[in-house]
Design a protein around this ligand. Structure first.
Ligand code: MG
Length: 268
């Protein structure tokens, strides 16, 4: 582990910006539905979206619908459920779905696991499940083993541990893959990527960004593949504000030359 990772440099070039949400753009809360994005933070994200000419996407464990609700009235390109679903810059949605007939028995088996670990809570995300245990005293190892045992007969499923959550999602998808897909498309294509995240599920995206010579930024403590670190959500916005100011200053000249914003740009 390298806790001495540097703070990322203040950039002013045309990057593709990718962000995890919970623990990165918004402070973690006891329950995911308690997480909010204050208007001031939304305004800064809207400014970044405009200043980057829409080369900005959120890649989260949340569903697309959930991400839209959290960030309303903004509208971003999105990677949801750890990359299992994606909405591109034009609003086209693609998703890896679970095999028909798997969801009902899986739900029942996970509900049985919840009963064995009092206080845990099952969230259904359509194409994935999340077992939350924030604030619950239990053996994390025992819970993960129980879920591992449960999904062993299903090669279509993968287990994704996170901060006080164990998720069961479709196998063969990752945040890194979602990020790579975005980079094949305009306006992301050809720009070095930047990704910020705080949790284990973000490591695949850090790996992808490192391979492409971009900026990988870990938020908070912990072992990571990322090359830079910001200590928390407040520091993320402090850094972003300085970067947005630089991009806007650079764009002042560009707008004179007729650069226009893309379909998702919006002022708050
Ligand atoms: Mg996170």
């Amino acid at each position: 582990m390298d806790d001495a990772l540097p703070v990322p440099p203040l950039i002013s070039g045309q990057y593709s910006f990718f962000f995890d949400v919970d623990g990165t753009l918004a402070e973690l809360q006891p329950r995911p539905e308690m997480v909010t994005l204050p208007a001031g933070r939304k305004r800064l994200l809207a400014r970044l979206q405009a200043a980057s000419h829409d080369a900005m996407a959120l890649i989260s464990g949340r569903s697309l619908e959930d991400l839209d609700t959290l960030t309303a009235p903004l509208r971003f390109a999105l990677g949801g459920v750890h990359g299992a679903e994606r909405r591109d810059i034009n609003g086209l949605i693609s998703a890896v779905t679970l095999p028909a007939g798997l969801t009902d028995p899986l739900r029942q088996q996970l509900q049985a696991v919840c009963l064995r670990f009092p206080g845990t809570r099952l969230e259904e995300k359509g194409i994935a499940f999340a077992l939350h245990y924030r604030g619950v005293t239990l053996s994390e190892t025992a819970l993960i083993q129980a879920v591992e045992q449960l999904i062993r007969p299903y090669p279509e499923l993968a287990l994704q541990p996170g901060k006080c959550v164990v998720e069961i999602r479709p196998a063969g998808v990752s945040k890194g893959m979602a990020l790579a897909r975005f980079l094949e498309e305009a306006p992301f294509r050809g720009r070095p990527p930047l990704f910020m995240g705080d949790d284990m599920t973000d490591e695949s995206a850090f790996d992808e960004v490192n391979l492409r010579g971009g900026l990988s930024i870990k938020v908070g403590e912990g072992e990571t593949l990322a090359r830079y670190r910001l200590s928390g959500v407040t520091e993320v916005y402090h850094w972003l504000e300085q970067v947005v100011n630089r991009l806007e200053a650079a764009a002042t000249g560009a707008s004179v030359r007729g650069v226009s914003h893309g379909p998702f740009s919006r002022c708050l």
